[in-house]
Ligand binder design. Structure first.
Ligand SMILES: [Zn+2]
Ligand SMILES: [Zn+2]
Ligand SMILES: [Zn+2]
Length: 111
């Protein structure tokens, strides 16, 4: 049904495809679990987040760490009250891109 945002589904299948391709020929492997990655940045982030519990994107208001810039951006409105994602159809503002996508799909029925 429409409970899952389209973007999530497509990025998940993209990630699965990515893994399939690079598991066989991955130049950068995680030194903890041996998982292969295609970019040094990706393996570094994987090691930090999954194995070391380090979150590279820090909130400069409260010091909380986040795995991705997107999660950090979604957290910032807690401090600033700003909502970075704006619906281009009706102008409503949202903290999260996924919430905006769901809103557009539900109310404006666009892809
Ligand atoms: Zn690993
Ligand atoms: Zn914060
Ligand atoms: Zn709207």
């Amino acid at each position: 049904m429409d409970s899952q945002p389209l973007s999530l589904v497509s990025s998940l299948s993209k990630a699965a495809l990515f893994l399939q391709v690079y598991l066989s020929s991955s130049p950068y492997t995680c030194k903890f679990c041996g998982k292969g990655f295609s970019y040094p940045d990706t393996v570094k982030r994987h090691e930090m987040v999954v194995h070391l519990g380090v979150f590279p994107y820090k909130c400069h208001f409260c010091g909380r760490g986040f795995q991705s810039r997107d999660s950090l951006r979604g957290h910032l409105p807690d401090h600033t009250g700003e909502k970075p994602y704006r619906c281009s159809h009706c102008g409503l503002e949202f903290n999260w891109r996924s919430t905006l996508h769901r809103h557009i799909k539900k109310l404006h029925n666009r892809r």
